[in-house]
Write a protein that binds this ligand. Structure first.
Ligand SMILES: [Zn+2]
Length: 185
């Protein structure tokens, strides 16, 4: 008995298979809603086959696939910002994105993760992203993991800005303390 004969339905029920199914279904749904049944044509399941299936119009499918891709990217951006708000580091985000140390890359995985979330749109303007800090409730401007001091990387935590007085944000306070320890300050 070969391994193929042992395969069960469960073998196909992988995350990738689910992603493929969700995208296929999404494309069909969007084409049905935007172009109607006229956008589908009956075609043989493979060349010369007797049995047929309904294939969506290529242009309508491409437009639908772009919508799904753009929406997934938007969702990904929003999930990354939420994770940052809850305390994930850019190093941690880099691991999730599958970025590893690579001699051919000028930037560290953490820096590449930041650039993924905050692409540079204007040549001489540093890119930023923003998120809500779950510890102090403030909106933070994130300039990326480039500087040594936490206050140069993240602006806006409560107690660290002149216009945001009050009890120091414990997250930023811990980061500053760790920086001081690292640098024997
Ligand atoms: Zn904070």
């Amino acid at each position: 008995m070969t391994s193929t004969e042992n395969e069960t339905f469960a073998d196909y029920d992988t995350a990738e298979w689910r992603a493929q199914t969700a995208v296929d279904r999404g494309i069909r749904d969007i084409v049905v809603r935007t172009s109607g049944p006229a956008a589908f044509r009956e075609e043989p399941v493979w060349e010369g086959a007797k049995s047929t299936h309904m294939v969506a119009d290529a242009a309508a499918s491409i437009r639908a696939a772009i919508m799904i891709r753009d929406r997934a990217n938007y969702e990904l951006d929003s999930l990354i910002r939420k994770a940052r708000g809850k305390g994930s580091t850019w190093e941690g985000i880099a691991v999730l994105l599958g970025y590893t140390d690579n001699d051919e890359q000028d930037n560290t995985p953490a820096e590449r993760a930041f650039y993924f979330a905050a692409p540079q749109t204007e040549r001489f303007t540093p890119s930023t992203t923003s998120w809500k800090c779950s510890k102090c409730g403030e909106t933070i401007i994130d300039r990326g993991p480039f500087e040594s001091h936490p206050e140069d990387n993240e602006r806006g935590h409560r107690g660290f800005e002149e216009d945001k007085p009050g009890k120091k944000c414990p997250r930023q306070a811990a980061a500053v303390e760790a920086w001081a320890k690292r640098n024997n300050w």
